[in-house]
Design a protein around this ligand. Sequence first.
Ligand code: NAD
Length: 484
Amino acid sequence: MQNAQPTSSHFINGAYVEDAEGAPIECIYPATGKVIATLHEATPAIIDQALSAAHAGQKIWAAMTGTERGRILRRAADIIRDRNCELSILETLDTGKPLQETLVADATSGADALEYFGGLAATLTGEHIQLGQDWVYTIREPLGVCVGIGAWNYPTQIACWKGAPALACGNSMVFKPSETTPLCALKVAEILHEAGLPAGVYNVVQGRGAVGASLVTDPRVAKVSLTGSVPTGRKVYAAAAERMKHVTMELGGKSPLIVFEDADIDNAVSGAILGNFYSSGQVCSNGTRVFVQKDIKAAFLKRLKERLQGAVMGDPLDEATNFGPMVSADQMNIVLGYINKGTDEGATLVAGGKMAERDGFFIEPTVFADVTDDMTIAREEIFGPVMAVFDFDTEEEVMARANDTEFGLAAGVFTNDLTRAHRVVAGFEAGTCYINTYNLAPVEAPFGGSKASGVGRENSKEAINHYTEVKTVYVAMTPVEAQF
Ligand code: NAD
């Protein structure tokens, strides 16, 4: 049996901390359904301790130069890369995602963020604005204590994507992982401190929604960055707005992926597989509404069915496995409920559709065809391995249908017509668009959603604007001219 019990539940002020008074959180390995660690929710005393440490730590951290801060973040990136194997195994235990994925996508992407923002830390400056003899200069200042709240699909990556830009800008952070995947963020905190981070600058507290809610409303907190569902985003954004706090909201999606008849079908099928079945479909930006132009529908579905034979479901710790379980029994049941709705509402089940006959929370890669825009599986985020394929005739028609959703996280197009590709992405109502590929999210590129899918952007230089504010200083070179 696996055992992933961490030293203790929380990481505060540079050290592991426990408070057994907190309600237990059982961490379940999704491939077996067995408990692999038991942690405790943060009590009010733990929350207070974390926020006080972050408040004090931030002052010390912000007083350091950008070069010094950047060096520590880059050192942490190196440690993460050195321990990639161990961290990837932990990510697999926390989430159930296959080691084949976690070895290349999780700790490595966290290290990329620490390296990238570590590199930027020394370059953050204000500007000089000459106004005749007078002049203005601006100071780019950190916001203060930032709260990060994570979803369960990418626990290491989310802890780093929030922590790296926040810290590069001179903020401190209290990070609350999802209660479903509490393990990985503790390692991120431990490694940051091993790299030389002053105590209190990056803290991790465990807990369910109520712990998140009390962090959001605390007056010591200047900013909240959430990765989660739209309903949670609405609550957190509203609570933050009450006290006029800064927010970044990385929320859910129901993204369109359009395949035109001139596309390279194999490449488009690869995009659809990557955009629906990576991490067993538990990816926010997934292109779950696949619109295929009518003339190539049969060829597309035939090739897709052939390619699905390549899915290897099995022990996620076996590197030959490329398709893992749902993160939890709850998520498995939600996804199975959507699959039943798809069948009941008249979509054609082309592949999959059931639980796998094995331990753990496995669902077969599932494809529905003949999906219509009003069906539940066409409108709601499923967050599992369920692809919905729609037919379309014209570009104009498909653009209107692709944008007819409250979400706006991502969108993709497969076509070999250059001008059409750019026309289509210009028309997409989405934060992140892809031409002839899908779901890539390098740290150098902004990532985030429009409409209900979010506010603000993570990664790239854009993130700096969301973790700093600008102070304007007007300097007069002549006496004041008052009106009387
Ligand atoms: P969730 O919304 O249920 O929970 C997200 C986090 O919010 C958890 O840590 C949870 O404890 C916390 N939370 C819940 N209620 C809260 C409250 N009232 N105040 C403060 N915190 C609260 O989401 P989930 O089920 O963990 O994750 C899946 C969702 O996340 C999907 O909708 C997915 O699309 C989205 N997601 C988005 C991105 C992105 O970058 N856009 C990335 C990954 C996942």
